[in-house]
Ligand binder design. Structure first.
Ligand SMILES: [Zn+2]
Length: 325
């Protein structure tokens, strides 16, 4: 049994048919966890779709109405880069509910995974790059509204810049955003995160991991320094100023064999990356919620393995509660 929950629904599949985004990967991650004996059925929790009230804390009424009625313009569908259907809409709402549940589980258990989600290219009033609504932002806003957290940090290590995250939380001192990505890649332009590390093409493990160490240290240093300037609304008991929740977007697409990426990380390098982020949160006593974002490896098995390795890295860090072993 894992020491944290994996949030999953069969409904996460965006039902895209033949598409570079393998949206069946969510199911395959679950199946691999079960087949390899990493998880049992009890380790999984099913989410409810996020209520519209939660979606509307982040997105415009007009955008939500269009998504729910399927009345997207050709320009909007082109920018989204995926076909739109009722099943796709439900998958996004489930993902947002899943990220909210993963956040709550992180506060309860120290760590929580949403196997779907990480739709970091979604903006307030439009979607793009396979992302219709921003599940992580929706989750953070809901937990803030509940008074469960005051502050959060988003660490986005997808190969693509977290443009939606940066735009949604711009000028919001309660949420610190860090994006480490390939500079010479989608999206253009890249609205500024609190920290942006734009990597050169073909950056490899060693350099990447060094820059990650530096970026994480800088993020916590600056977020703590900013704490004095944040208004003390609903302060959370025991808060350290380092953030009440860390959201980690563990994209698999910095992988050297990714079709939409241009970095040079190995599968082992990516797992080391996961260990560093998880240790950065755990050593500071910050609950961590994790989602998977992109992954377009030539061999989809590699994408699935990279994501499963993130779960294994968390299990290493949080220990096992398997009373049978
Ligand atoms: Zn990506």
């Amino acid at each position: 049994m894992l020491p944290f929950k994996l949030i999953y629904s069969d409904g996460y599949d965006l039902s895209l048919g033949a598409h570079v985004f393998p949206s069946q990967k969510f199911r395959w991650i679950r199946e691999k966890c079960l087949a390899d004996g990493i998880a049992t059925a009890e380790d999984f929790l099913a989410p409810e779709p996020a209520p519209d009230e939660d979606i509307l804390r982040v997105h415009s009424q007009e955008w939500v109405r269009k998504l729910k009625t399927g009345k997207l313009t050709l320009v909007e569908v082109t920018r989204l880069e995926i076909p739109w259907s009722a099943a796709t809409q439900r998958a996004f709402w489930l993902s947002a509910g899943g990220s909210t549940l993963a956040s709550r589980r992180a506060l309860a258990d120290g760590c929580g995974f949403n196997l779907g989600g990480g739709f970091h290219h979604a903006y307030h009033d439009h979607g793009e790059g396979f992302c219709a609504i921003h599940d992580v932002a929706i989750a953070i806003r809901r937990l803030q509204a509940d008074g469960a957290i005051q502050t959060a940090m988003v660490v986005d290590l997808d190969v693509h810049h977290g443009n939606g995250t940066a735009a949604i939380f711009t000028a919001d001192p309660s949420v610190f955003t860090l994006s480490m990505h390939q500079e010479n890649n989608y999206p253009h332009p890249k609205p500024p995160s609190d920290i942006d590390v734009g990597l050169r093409d073909f950056t490899r493990d060693e350099e990447y991991l060094k820059l990650l160490d530096d970026a994480l240290a800088e993020a916590f240093r600056r977020f703590a320094a900013d704490a004095a300037r944040r208004p003390p609304i609903n302060p959370v008991a025991g808060a350290t100023g380092l953030g009440d929740l860390l959201w980690y977007l563990a994209g698999a697409d910095p992988y050297v064999e990714d079709q939409l990426g241009g970095l040079g990380l190995t599968i082992n390098g990516l797992m080391e990356r996961d260990r560093k982020v998880i240790a950065a949160a755990r050593s500071r006593g910050i609950p961590i919620a994790i989602t998977f974002a992109g992954g377009y490896a030539r061999r989809v098995e590699d994408t699935v393995q990279i994501h499963v390795n993130t779960i294994l890295a968390a299990r290493e860090a949080f220990g096992t509660t398997d009373e049978h072993s």
